[in-house]
Design a protein around this ligand. Structure first.
Ligand code: ADP
Ligand code: MG
Length: 699
């Protein structure tokens, strides 16, 4: 017989990774249903957490009912009675009993309840006790207890799982119970003792038991704390490993003395803002260091990121390296190309634009020149990450609007050089809360100051009855030679209906409202090439008005557009509204953002109010994040992060900070997690990030 080194370890692991079919009560059919919930193994089952709990800790007796007080009881229906009261209100009464007495549960105007209840049903009821001719529970909360549940005779704190309709809570609870009963003792602790002690964390197996069947609300809280910590610790561990991996690489130590600096400044036609100076200083320090730069530059639309990027690009080129600048769309790449060309017209920098529509014969030459170093700066779309693109000496990678690319593409471009410096730019202000999690592996620079001489955009919330006046106002702007965006939300899920709505609206505006103006249309079903064409036409003033159902490309520059109308503004999120507003106010003229909308919810009203009060992207982002929560704010998936099952980045921010500092400390002492005490963590991180191994660097 073979002797394995640590038999218990392997056994526990493989036991937990058995199929759920090994659990009692789970056959092929059930396992299919569980599969759809993402539960394949017993481990998955144990980590499928309740979304809520029911408090059954204090079930009282009907004999204890006191008029005016609240009571929770478990009782059986003896009779059901429904009638019409004198005021024509419908009344449903269920007379229920436990072994101590009888009480009537009374609901008003809910006739559908009639079908919910049957004589003989067992109910949990919670409500206020009143008295009419007899004792009553007035409109109590109720739950019909299913047969199986009565047999189990559960009191206590009952978990409620996020399920589909194919499996009931009771059935699911039973399976979880099986899993916990037979397998929870095989769950191994992943954290070193000191962390458990210092943070007063429950052992992992105990936490898993508790989360599924809590003894008390207090222990439940501790179980949650432990599992939240676990999740965030794993995430931060991956960040820490990645960051330390990058820092271990040897990058390029660029030289940038006063000569280069003076040279670059000569090309910039204005005085840099303090924020630009600060950020350029940060970038210069990174570039001088022999560790590769990995920096995120956040700055609202118009804050002047381009010139910062140009500074970095020129430092690289001055040192004899090539630079690559990647933007998410062709039109943005072209725009960047033109802007940068203008800045560099008196320099010797050799530039090349490379996009999907670059003519193939021309492209071949271009690729050759990039390969042999005749090109210093390549600007383009993700065409840049194609295999055919090879650099002679790539030293700097600049990526605009990173959230459109995701981490993987970022890495691909980077791999075209030998540890080049990376600068990522985003105009989406990201609240600090989020950026330290999402971009935990990046250093962050913020441009929080606008260049001088800008007229702040005036934003108005226009109610339905004032829309006509706004159209007159828009007429006025157009007659001054200005251009206008009119944006509609996606009305339907269906692209066809969406298109129809947009076409109809554009036609109506053209014929009924602005017959003398030229109205263009941009909609979600267009191919990206056609979209670019319409945008270009608009930019070149072939249209006065652009009607759009899609979010107009971030970063599109049409200085002559001074009005942004958002129809049904209440249907847009804050971040979207802010992005839309960023399309205007790019010239020297006063710009106006008109938000049409009659919001029905407080939250929607709040959003519109915030928009009229501030133009500060960071403030708006922070509010947005608070209003909507991180899941909505933007999907974590596209950032290459695993889905958070139990944590909430806002609510659990203090735990996140602790987990982060613990993870970074461990990695600072054991950068490749080679120590024996860190093996379980290592396994856990590898397992969690198994689809994204390129994101972490464990030796
Ligand atoms: P972003 O890319 O951050 O949206 P840009 O780099 O496109 O912003 O800059 C917006 C506008 O402001 C450009 O027209 C640019 O020339 C101008 N600009 C940038 N920095 C300054 C500055 N320090 N002083 C004056 N104008 C500036
Ligand atoms: Mg820009």
């Amino acid at each position: 017989m073979l002797i394995t080194k640590s038999p218990t370890k392997t056994t526990s692991q493989s036991l937990l990774h058995q199929s759920v079919q090994f659990l009692k009560g789970v056959g092929p059919k059930r396992s299919e249903i569980l599969e759809r919930l993402g539960i394949h193994t017993i481990h998955d089952m144990l980590h499928y957490f309740p979304r809520d709990y029911k408090d059954r800790t204090r079930i009282q007796k009907i004999s204890e009912a006191k008029i005016g007080a609240e009571i929770t009881i478990q009782a059986k229906i003896l009779a059901i009675n429904n009638r019409m009261a004198r005021n024509r209100k419908y009344i449903l009464e269920a007379f229920v009993t436990d072994e101590t007495g009888t009480i009537a549960a009374t609901w008003f105007n809910q006739p559908f309840l009639m079908n919910k209840f049957h004589v003989g049903d067992n109910l949990f009821l919670h409500g206020k006790v009143g008295a009419y001719k007899y004792l009553q529970l007035l409109s109590p909360e109720y739950e019909v207890i299913q047969d199986a549940e009565t047999n189990i005779k559960e009191g206590g704190i009952i978990p409620v799982y996020p399920l589909t309709e194919h499996i009931s809570q009771t059935q699911f609870r039973k399976i979880v119970k099986e899993a916990v009963h037979h397998f929870a003792n095989h769950i191994e602790e992943i954290l070193p003792k000191e962390l458990l002690v210092n943070n007063q964390l429950l052992p992992l197996d105990k936490a898993i038991r508790e989360i599924h069947s809590p003894e008390t609300f207090d222990t439940l809280k501790r179980a949650k704390l432990r599992l939240v910590y676990n999740e965030l610790f794993t995430l931060e561990m991956a960040m820490a490993l990645r960051r330390s991996g990058i820092k271990e690489e040897t990058g390029i130590a660029f030289k940038s003395g006063p000569n280069v600096d003076a040279h670059i400044r000569n090309l910039i036609p204005f005085t840099l803002t303090n924020a630009q100076e600060r950020v350029i200083h940060e970038i210069k320090e990174d570039m001088r260091s022999s560790k590769p730069m990995n920096r995120l530059l956040q700055g609202d639309v118009g804050s002047g990121k381009t010139v910062v990027a140009i500074y970095a690009i020129l430092v690289a080129i001055a040192n004899g390296y090539q630079a690559a600048f990647m933007a998410p769309t062709e039109i943005l790449s072209e725009q960047h190309f033109q802007t940068i060309q203008k800045y560099l017209q008196h320099s010797h920098v050799r530039m090349q634009l490379l996009t999907g529509s670059t003519n193939s014969k021309y492209k071949k030459d271009a690729l050759e020149q990039i390969r042999n170093g005749q090109i210093d700066l390549v600007i383009g779309t993700h065409a840049l990450i194609e295999e055919t693109v090879q650099f002679k000496k790539l030293g700097l990678v600049v990526i605009d609007e990173q959230h459109k690319f995701g981490v993987i593409q970022r890495l691909k471009l980077k791999e075209k050089g030998f540890s080049p410096d990376v600068l990522i730019m985003t105009a989406t202000p990201i609240p600090r809360t989020l950026s330290i999690t999402l971009f935990g592996d990046l250093d962050i620079s913020i441009l929080d100051e606008m260049p001088p001489g800008r007229t702040p955009i005036k934003t108005f919330w226009i109610s339905k009855d004032k829309e006509k006046d706004s159209y007159n106002f828009i007429h006025g702007e157009i007659s001054k030679g200005r251009q206008v965006f009119i944006v509609y939300p996606l009305v339907e899920e269906s692209a066809v209906l969406d298109l129809k709505a947009a076409v109809t609206e554009a036609r109506k505006l053209q014929h009924d409202v602005f017959p003398a103006s030229k109205v263009g249309l941009l909609h979600g079903q267009m191919k990206s090439g056609d979209k670019d064409k319409i945008m270009t036409d608009f930019k070149e003033r072939r249209y006065d008005i652009l009607v759009s159902t899609v979010i107009i490309e971030v970063g599109i520059d049409v200085p002559n557009a001074t009005v942004m109308v958002v129809e049904h503004a209440e249907r847009f999120g804050l971040a979207q509204l802010h992005q839309l507003r960023g399309r205007i106010g790019r010239g020297s003229e006063q710009s106006y953002c008109l938000l049409f909308g009659n919001p029905k919810t407080n939250e929607a009203r709040e959003r519109l109010k915030i928009m009229t009060k501030t133009c500060d992207g960071f403030k708006i982002a922070e509010m947005d994040f608070k209003l909507r929560g991180p899941g909505e704010f933007f999907g974590t998936r596209q950032h290459g992060l695993p889905e958070l099952k139990i944590s909430d980045l806002i609510r659990d921010f203090p735990i996140l900070k602790q987990a982060r500092s613990d993870a970074f400390e461990i990695v600072s002492k054991d950068p490749h997690l080679t120590q024996e005490t860190h093996q379980k963590i290592r396994q856990k991180v590898l397992e969690t990030f198994k689809d994204r191994l390129e994101l972490i660097s464990i030796g």
